[in-house]
Design a protein around this ligand. Sequence first.
Ligand code: C2E
Ligand code: MG
Ligand code: MG
Ligand code: MG
Length: 280
Amino acid sequence: QAKDAGRGCARYFSSELQSEQEDRVRLESDLRSAIASKQFHLVFQPLVNAKTQKLIGFEALIRWNHPQRGFVPPNVFIPVAEESGLMPTIGAWVIDEACRAAASWPEPITVALNISPKQIVLPNLPNVVSEALARHKLPGNRLELEVTEGVFLGDNGSTLDVLKRLRALGVGIALDDFGTGYSSIGYLNKAVFHKLKIDGSFVREAGTRPENVAIIQSIVQLAKSFRMSVTAEGVETAEDFERMRELGCDIIQGYLFGKPLSYDRANQMVVGLGARRMAG
Ligand code: C2E
Ligand code: MG
Ligand code: MG
Ligand code: MG
C-alpha cells in the first residue's frame, strides 16, 4: 500500500515537474519575441527629496504585457531572461528607453534603472551605456544604475572593474535592496557606490519591529561614513515617511509619493514641478 502511494507520489511529482518545465520553455520563447513585438514598456516611480519633498527623479521599472498572458511581473520573467541569456538584449533596451526618457526631462531630474547581476559581468556594459548616453545626448550624471549585492556573488574580479568604468562615465551607482543579500560590507569601501537603497521590507515593518529601526540606523550610519546617500524604498504611509526622514534617509520612494507611472503621467509630474517652481 505504502509502495503504491509512493509510486503515485513520484508520478505526481514528475508530471508536475514536466509541466513546470514546459511552462518555462514557453515563457522563454514568448520572451524572445517580446522585444520585437514591442510588448515591453517602462514605468517610472517618483523619487522624492526627504527634506523638501520635491521630485528629484524616477526609478524606471520594466513591464511586460503579453497578448495572452497579460501582465507578467518582472520578478517572474527577469530570472528566466537571465538564465536563458536574454538579459543583455532586454537590458540594453531598458538602458536605451531610460536614457530617452531622462533626456526628455530637464535637469536635475535623474532616471535610475536596474542592472541584473548577469548584465554586470558583460565587459561591454560600459560601452552599451556610453553609446546610449551619446545617442540621447544625456550627461552621465542624469543616469543612475541600481545593482544588488548579488553582483559580487561568483565575481571573477571583473565586477569592480566594470563598475569603475561606469562611474567614469559620470553615472551614479546605487546598491539596491541593501540588507537583503549576503551583505558583505567589505566592498563598500571601494568607492564605486554613491547611494544605498534600504529594502522596503525593513521600512514597512519598522513600525512593528524595533530591530528593523536598529538595522536602518546602522545602514544610515554606514552610508554616511562612506559619504553615500540613502534611499528608503517602500514608503507607503505618512508614518513610514516621518520615521525614515527622522532616521536620516535622504531620498524617499514608495506608494505614498507615487506608484510606478506611465511615461505620460511621469511627464505631467515633471511639468507640474516646473510650474510650481516658476510660481514659487
Ligand atoms: P527594485 O529595483 O527593488 O524595485 C522596487 C520594487 O518595489 C518595484 O517592484 C516597485 O513597484 C515596488 N515598490 C515601490 N514602492 C513600493 C511600496 O511602497 N510598496 C510596495 N509593496 N512595493 C513598492 P517591481 O516593479 O515589481 O520590480 C520588482 C523587481 O524587479 C525590482 O526591484 C528589480 O529588482 C526588478 N526589475 C524591475 N525592472 C527591472 C529592469 O528593467 N531590469 C532589471 N534587471 N530588473 C528589473
Ligand atoms: Mg531598483
Ligand atoms: Mg529595491
Ligand atoms: Mg527588489
